[in-house]
Design a protein around this ligand. Structure first.
Ligand SMILES: *Cc1c(COP(=O)(O)O)cnc(C)c1O
Length: 385
């Protein structure tokens, strides 16, 4: 067999660019030094472009889930009524976090694979006869590859009641999508390091607006490491409240430099090309997609092979081509496959995936599909370059 370089197309962790790996390998520096102050100052500000934020972005040393929890415990008071949109495994995580605290969580269930229906959500909000303090949602529900209509949702929430805090989990999409916290009516926007931001796992990000800063101060929910007031106070001194992941924050700086070099609008376009090319190729290979085009995420695509093909496709991609993709989560396990296209990913990388998939499918189906997906892929890419 040939040796293939590994191609990591899981929806996180994703491939880390060489430049980032190298900057993370710089000699260690103390976190109470001038050198580190400069790094955190620049990194937290450069991230503002990526998050569409007006304040420096707080960086936590912990995985993405910590930012979900931080957002919740700094926005909700004990006994507050909060609404959680659950459309997959990560909405479910918000639900589980809420159940660990004395919040009154109201769950708006969305069928897995579907985007939020705005009319139904409005009806739901109206049907709750309580004073809703906050609404929590995923931007991209990674487990299904749905991108929710965040701008329209934010508008709806604020029209329903401008006092509600709108909290968005952007872990698997921030860095690959246009977002503007003000225009999108987002009060708190969180993310993690190992997905579209193409760093190793271990850092989490929280962006916030003026209203959120004031809210964090007045909320009394018990918290210590995840008290965002500490992070904001420290950021004002170009510092962090605890020992940060110094190397990862060097990596954040390099990540921001790479995006500035590419220009963020081009980064976004690159993700769009990858998404469209992958989706059109899969369709050309008679592969069912879990999500309709309207709600398709630019960062991950879920597809539905025949039941007996699922395991073979995933295993063969890894064993023969050294390509890693992901299966489904919870009840979608064994039903869907998910291919990530975020972070350091180019159409060329995705073309390798489609071409390997064609070889595998041709064998499984005992009929050649060689070139069917690839030629569609080329057509799509050709429209962009
Ligand atoms: C990956 C992910 C998380 C959780 O992040 P961890 O780093 O595993 O804690 C949360 N939300 C979404 C949407 C994700 O994709």
């Amino acid at each position: 067999m040939y040796q293939h370089d590994s191609l990591l197309l899981a929806p996180g962790p994703t491939t880390v660019p060489r430049e980032i790996l190298e900057s993370m390998n710089q000699p260690m520096t103390g976190h109470r030094t001038k050198e580190f102050s400069q790094i955190i100052h620049q990194a937290s500000r450069d991230l503002q472009t990526i998050f569409g934020a007006k304040h420096p972005v707080a960086i936590l040393t912990s995985s993405g889930t910590s930012a979900l929890e931080a957002a919740m415990v700094n926005v909700a008071n004990p006994e507050d009524d909060i609404v959680i949109i659950v459309s997959g495994a990560f909405g479910d995580r918000f639900r589980k976090i809420a159940s660990s605290y004395p919040f009154k969580a109201h769950i708006f269930e969305v069928e897995w694979g579907k985007g939020v229906d705005l009319k139904e959500f409005e009806t739901y909000l109206n049907s709750l006869n309580v004073d809703v303090k906050a609404v929590f949602t995923q931007f991209c529900e990674t487990s299904t590859s749905v991108k929710h209509p965040i701008n329209a949702l934010g508008k709806l929430v604020k029209q329903f009641n401008p006092d509600i805090y709108f909290v968005v989990d952007g872990v698997s999409i921030i860095g690959a999508v246009e977002v503007d916290m003000e225009q999108d009516n987002i009060d708190v926007l969180v993310s993690g390091s190992q997905k579209a931001i193409m760093l190793p796992p271990g850092a989490a990000f929280v962006a916030y607006n003026d209203r959120a800063i004031e809210r964090f101060k007045e909320v009394t929910t018990s918290r210590f490491y995840l008290d965002l007031n500490k992070y904001i106070t420290s950021l004002n001194d170009d510092s962090t409240p605890f020992t940060p992941a110094v190397s990862l924050i060097r990596g954040v700086q390099t990540y921001c430099d790479l995006i500035q070099e590419e220009k963020f609008e081009n980064t976004i376009k690159r993700h769009e090309v990858c998404k469209t090319a992958v989706r059109e190729s899969l369709k050309a290979l008679d592969m069912e997609l879990l999500v309709e085009d309207e709600f398709a995420s630019p960062t991950v695509t879920a597809f539905v092979p025949n039941k007996d093909e699922v395991k073979t496709i995933k295993d063969e991609l890894l064993n023969r081509f050294n390509i890693t993709i992901a299966g489904g989560q919870q009840h979608l396990k064994g039903t869907i496959l998910r291919v990530g296209h975020m972070g350091k990913v180019s159409p060329n990388d995705m073309l390798q995936f489609i071409s390997a998939l064609e070889i595998i499918l041709s064998e499984i189906r005992e009929q050649s599909v060689l070139g069917k997906g690839v030629s569609k892929f080329q057509e799509v890419v050709n429209q962009y370059v």
